[in-house]
Design a binder for this molecule. Structure first.
Ligand SMILES: *Cc1c(COP(=O)(O)O)cnc(C)c1O
Length: 359
């Protein structure tokens, strides 16, 4: 994670870096993120409770609340914790105008540059800014937008340059720090870096699209590992697991891995999803169940109960597993469940973190 932060910095030489740590640092744990991202300029996230927890964990540099406040009482809490809040609706502005604060709060005005999730449209953006600038409860005002297609900049439905054009339109005559780029834009359009970049997924070693993690020089932030807890010898025609979705075409050995969808492994992983047993690449067979999944041991004849299994991470990019399961590395990381034991490997050259559910 530390090394990946350095990659982000190298792409955004002039810009400061908000390391995005929403969703429990994409499943890697806030406390781990605070350590690994000690050299980031700020941490950005969505959850108000987690923002306060970052302060308890000793993070004293800036914090950005990416969706801003949700409830009126969030305004004084965030102000007291020195958290900069995105403002994207008139409702948030009204809550702020009614809030009792002990001092000014820094905000980041969100521009809806075409993604149509959050923010104020360019027309009228100046008026929103003027209303906030006139409010003595408001400290510094920065600006942000979010790209829909940074991994595919020429998407005809919303080219990235069109979003940039709308940002310029919204910001005419306004001054403040600007933040545009997610991981994909940081890596693929470094010329847009502006004052701050906001990389997330790349810091955890998965690709945001537009290239592989390896091509971008990213290292896996987590390795999900387990072990074989049983081995079965199948005869031709023997079926495996729920729905008998795999039927042995010939005699073969399969292994039973102590990992299932209750750990966060995708239930939709098909026959053929990649997996490592004793460091050798093989495939998932049959339906993934709650606590177990089954693998082909044909390429790993020496495998036995206790053999180490890597579901993703070191030696097996999470993006490959995600692609096989029809999803993204993002979703797999965030879906890890609390029963997965976390072992932090600190002091290793690459700051590796191991998630395993073995003894
Ligand atoms: C999640 C998020 C990011 C980080 O996106 P990645 O694709 O993970 O780099 C940046 N900005 C905002 C507003 C986000 O919500």
């Amino acid at each position: 994670m530390r090394a990946n932060l350095a990659v982000a910095r190298a792409h955004a030489a002039q810009a400061r870096v908000w390391a995005v740590v929403k969703a429990d640092a994409y499943g890697h744990g806030l406390a781990n993120a605070v350590q690994a991202f000690a050299r980031a300029d700020g941490l950005a996230l969505v959850e108000t409770e987690a923002a306060l927890r970052l302060r308890q964990l000793g993070w004293s540099k800036p914090i950005l609340l990416l969706e801003g406040v949700f409830e009126p009482e969030d305004w004084p809490a965030m102000q007291a914790a020195g958290v900069c809040c995105v403002v994207h609706t008139q409702e948030q502005i009204a809550m702020l105008e009614h809030a009792r604060l002990d001092g000014p709060v820094d905000i980041c005005l969100k521009i809806n540059s075409g993604m149509n999730r959050l923010g104020f449209a360019p027309a009228g953006f100046g008026a929103v800014h003027a209303r906030l600038r006139a409010n003595p409860k408001v400290g510094a005002i920065g600006f942000a937008t979010h790209f829909a297609n940074a991994d595919h900049a020429d998407n005809p439905d919303l080219p990235m340059q069109e979003q940039v054009r709308r940002v310029r339109l919204a910001l005419q005559g306004l001054h403040g720090e600007i933040s545009l780029s997610n991981s994909a834009a940081t890596l693929l359009a470094p010329e847009l870096a502006a004052d701050w970049v906001r990389p997330g997924i790349m810091l955890y070693g998965a690709s945001p699209g537009g290239g592989s993690a390896q091509e971008f020089g990213l290292l896996p932030g987590m390795t999900l590992e387990s072990q074989l807890i049983a081995v079965q010898q199948l005869a031709r025609g023997d079926a495996v697991g729920y729905g008998s979705r795999f039927v042995a075409p010939a005699p073969m050995r399969i292994g039973v891995v102590a990992c299932g969808y209750a750990d966060g492994y995708p239930r939709h992983a098909p026959n053929g999803a990649p997996i490592l047993v004793d460091g050798i690449r093989t495939v998932v067979l049959g339906t993934v169940s709650m606590d177990m999944l089954t693998v082909d041991l044909t390429p790993v004849p020496q495998a036995r109960v206790g053999s180490r299994v890597v579901l993703w991470g070191e030696g097996l990019p999470i993006d490959e597993v995600a692609q096989a399961a029809g999803t993204l590395g993002y979703e797999l990381m965030c879906a890890l469940t609390p029963r997965v034991r976390v072992e932090v490997k600190n002091g290793q050259p690459q700051g590796l973190e191991i998630h395993g559910n073995q003894e």
